[in-house]
Design a protein around this ligand. Sequence first.
Ligand code: ZN
Length: 149
Amino acid sequence: MEDLSDLYQEIILSHNKRPRNGEPLIPCTHQADGFNPLCGDKLTVYVRKPDDLVDEISCDTEGCAISRASGSIMTTLVQGKKISEIETLIEETKALLTGDEEPEIDLVQHGDMAALIGVRKFPARIKCATLAWHALESALKGEVDATTE
Ligand code: ZN
């Protein structure tokens, strides 16, 4: 990751070392697994959503630093938000990470997400960064599996 700026690398490594909300959430109302065969990342997203609001969320990741950081950052952004807000966030994140247009990264606006957007420079690792978001989407739809193709 030598081209990833030091700051982004620091954000990723900090989340990797101490993932936020990284423990299984049991019982939960929604759950989905994600698997990225390109890198071997595996994760499970747990959601406690008694109504229209995500009360609690966790992402238990076994994988590389980027996948672990992505899951951790995802939970901090989603916790306490309404489903409609989260759906918008998922779409925005996909566009930032995989859209054709190169996004302008603004550390103030994007916060820790800026570090994930920095992964765009490494196409082989993009799926590591999007895995948790795909699994979140599946979990909210009530699906069980989110293997990326
Ligand atoms: Zn990975």
